[in-house]
Design a protein around this ligand. Structure first.
Ligand code: SAM
Length: 213
């Protein structure tokens, strides 16, 4: 998977490639999908959701330009696969998933795999990370060095732009229901720069600043 789907398509970030070699994708797919776990595409994970294509996960993480001290916000935990890769690359990962059962199984799995730098919250990620004291994983956070949205957004969620730190990078699929463009937003002196990295297709981001249910 790493040689043929990721490296061969031009991703050479060593830390990222090492993370892909370390995090085993078959742990994150349903039992019935294990034999397809290293194939070149998305797979169903239940509740109408998907674990994204490995190459798409690789491009998005690469575009985040992560440093090991970075604090990252992920919207759409899904299976937790991308969360684990991010946890190999940065200091702390905060992840929001709107479907409770997916959040619970990802949290269990990631804990069993030994990750202790991941905090998962159930809710509408378009509203940003909520500092809720009642959360088991309560940690007060205000700004993130990087934000990754793994579902298709019809607009750039303003709460997430607010939670991006100065110099911060946000990567998201932006556009219509069945076709989007992969965007990177960079925040510099309070201003936003947008770069377009081509077409992609994701499940919808559902929420206040996303698609309506
Ligand atoms: N990166 C994930 C993985 O490795 O398995 C796959 C993410 S999947 C393509 C998109 C996820 O975003 C789904 O689990 C979906 O429930 C979630 N989602 C959609 N809208 C959301 C929202 N507003 N807040 C949080 N999660 C959301």
């Amino acid at each position: 998977m790493v040689e043929h789907q990721i490296k061969a398509r031009g991703i050479h970030n060593k830390k990222l490639l090492d993370s892909f070699l370390k995090v085993e994708r078959h742990f994150f797919v349903p039992e019935s999908m294990i034999s397809y776990a290293y194939e070149d595409g998305p797979l169903g994970i239940g509740k109408g959701q998907t674990i994204s294509q490995p190459y798409m996960v690789a491009i998005m993480i690469d575009l985040l330009d992560l440093k090991e001290d970075d604090v990252v916000l992920e919207i759409g935990t899904g299976s937790g696969y991308q969360t684990a890769l991010l946890a190999e690359m940065a200091k702390k990962i905060y992840s929001i998933e709107r479907i409770e059962s997916l959040a619970i199984s990802a949290q269990k799995l990631l804990k069993n795999l030994g990750y202790n730098n991941i905090f998962i919250q159930v809710g509408d990620g378009t509203m940003g990370w909520q500092n809720r004291q009642e959360d088991k994983s309560y940690k007060k956070v205000i700004k993130f060095n990087a934000i990754i949205i793994s579902a298709a957004a019809p607009e750039i969620p303003e709460k997430l732009v607010e939670q991006l730190s100065e110099g911060g990078r946000m990567v998201l699929p932006y556009g219509k229901h069945f076709s989007q463009e992969l965007l990177r937003i960079t925040k510099k002196r309070g201003k936003i720069k947008k770069e377009n990295f081509g077409g992609c297709m994701f499940v919808p981001l559902i929420g206040q600043y996303g698609w309506k249910e």
